[in-house]
Design a protein. Structure first.
Length: 320
């Protein structure tokens, strides 16, 4: 409604309508429209997906590596230091399969029709806590399905609606890796658990992410990781000591996200009057838990703050 902050659901509807109109116009005019793939891909997928040979993993890794390069280009443009360690899901799949095996061996997971699911009931019966971060959301089916994404489709054989995929049997045209249950792919949550544990071990001090990841993503990460490291004699395991859940970056009152198509890339922003320093200041002026609202007022505030800092640290005001 006019004058009110649009909900994510409303923003998504507007995005889909706008995208379809733009794609239809591009098709009519014979021009190229980057967003048309969002409209055409489901149709092309239905026609050709099962004919694609996905045994060659470079079909997927070439794309993801190009996106990774763009990400690090953005970080370099913002003067962000390189991470100490880089780990990739596609390089860690054997470890993920073994991680899932151990969860199953401990009685906290089960195989069904070639897929493997986490058994929340068994986990709780052993004295563990599930949905510790957002217990009020554990029965929210919409959040569960959104968290699982395409993994939530055709989930036959689950013992409980809340159980989530640790390993999903791959269908024709989908990426796959070998496992003791057959060809499949990792569940979304298990990827993060395994990569973090590979680098940091059985416990980490701080885990962060957006507030929308608290449930089910982080709660499921916690459960499967604590199941993996569970020792009946020692009791409930602590995989993360502290979580920092950050607010969203917002534009025009709505969460900035790729799915809503209301985002601006770092390179696009730097091509305007933004500098890398100015952009970092805009982000830093927002409270981490409240998020940042990109607006003309925020930009003006950041420019004023930067000018004040420059005056206070100029050579005429300090001794070197």
């Amino acid at each position: 409604m006019d004058g009110e902050k649009p909900s994510d659901a409303e923003a998504k509807i507007k995005m889909h309508v706008s995208n379809m109109n733009a794609a239809a116009e591009a098709i009519r005019s014979g021009s190229i429209y980057p967003g048309s793939d969002d409209v055409l891909l489901p149709y092309l997928d239905s026609l050709y997906k099962e004919t694609i040979d996905t045994s060659d993993q470079t079909i997927f890794t070439d794309l993801t590596r190009s996106m990774e390069d763009l990400f690090f280009d953005d970080m370099k443009a913002l003067n962000v230091l390189q991470p100490d360690v880089i780990i990739r899901v596609t390089d860690t799949v054997p470890q993920i399969a073994r991680f899932v095996e151990r969860i199953v061996d401990k009685g906290f997971g089960y195989e069904s029709e070639g897929s493997v699911y986490f058994d929340i009931s068994a986990f709780e019966k052993a004295g563990n806590t599930y949905a510790r971060l957002k217990p009020e959301s554990r029965g929210d089916k919409a959040l569960q399905e959104e968290g699982e994404g395409s993994l939530s489709k055709n989930l036959g054989g689950k013992r409980s609606p809340g159980d989530f995929a640790l390993w999903k049997k791959s269908k024709s045209g989908e990426p796959y890796w070998p496992s003791k249950w057959g060809n499949g792919r990792p569940g979304w949550h298990i990827e993060c658990s395994v990569m973090a544990s590979e680098i940091l071990g059985a416990c980490m001090d701080i885990h962060s992410g957006g507030i929308d990841l608290a449930f089910p993503h982080h709660d499921n990460e916690l459960a499967q990781s604590e199941a993996y490291f569970f020792d009946a004699e020692k009791g409930e395991h602590t995989w993360v000591r502290y979580f920092l859940h950050m607010g969203h970056l917002s534009i025009s009152g709505s969460k900035m996200s790729k799915s809503l198509k209301n985002f601006q890339t770092i390179q696009d922003a730097l091509a305007t009057t933004y500098t890398s320093r100015g952009m970092r200041i805009v982000f830093l002026l927002g409270k981490w838990h409240d998020g940042v609202e990109i607006s003309p007022d925020m930009r003006s505030h950041a420019d004023g703050w930067e000018t004040t800092v420059n005056v206070r640290v100029s050579p005429s005001h300090c001794c070197l």
